[in-house]
Design a binder for this molecule. Sequence first.
Ligand code: MG
Length: 340
Amino acid sequence: MTTNAVDKILLAHGGGGRLTDQLIRHNILPKLKNDILAELADAAKLELSSSSVCFSTDSYVVKPLFFNGGDIGKLAVCGTINDLAVAGAKPAVLGLALIIEEGFEFRLLEKILESAADTAKQNNVPIVAGDTKVVETGAADKIFINTAGVGTRLPGVDLGFDKIALGDKLIINGTIGDHGMAIICQREDIKFQSDLESDCAAVAELVCKILESIAGVKFMRDPTRGGLAATLNEIVIASGHSIEITEADIPVKPTAQAAADVLGFDILNVANEGKFVAVVSPESAENILSLCRNHPLGKDAQIIGSVVRTADAPVVELITRIGGRRIVQMPYGHELPRIC
Ligand code: MG
């Protein structure tokens, strides 16, 4: 029996025998094609441009697998690339591991792999290691992906919570909440879902450009699960400084805001997949902002707030559109399961 004789993944495709070999050689390798992976060694041999590296891993269980603006394959590649970039590293290589539920369609697997491969290629980050497991029906939901990545640290760049100081500015590279609202509206089959598009994108090129050309970046993080609220609270907790943000300066697409309002979400808590928050020195803020705005993934960038003095325990405080103030809490975390 050839792989083409079945259109669905069988348990035997994960059994390590002939069908596994066929799956890898006929369905996976042609999509992810590169010389290192083609060796099918137990581990990829790498020549990196520096011995100072960052390493990151993340699992992707997003539901639905295909959404407006992306799919689980693109998301899995972008997510790990972004984690490396915001840590101050130029992404170099990725590994990609699949956990597939028996019965999953080959057609969909190939679509996901194509998307992962295209995204990796566009970003010049080859997928050099991989793994495939198949579990019985019901033991997973269609497909889960884990990616891991290594990036070489940019020389002279040292980001950390400890670098954050009073007066620093906070920059975001564009509108918030697009990924989460696109996913949740598609999942709930909400009418205006077609107007919502995930921001799923790899921001490494823009992030590396900023870090390589402008001094003054103290810390960066991608506000994924838990949205901007979680990232800002993490910064406050780890740095011991308070943050003040201005609602009117936070970029939000009207459709994403409308969807959040209708469904009762605070847009600050909603996930992003193509965004970074940068804490930067006040002197560098305008230069970084204009560099962002000259890049397609930063055209809606804004300075959204600053690091401020705190009387008591440090907090994230929002100045509302009508001039009021409210504390932005760390989201509890149950609002949006399987968002990425
Ligand atoms: Mg992250």
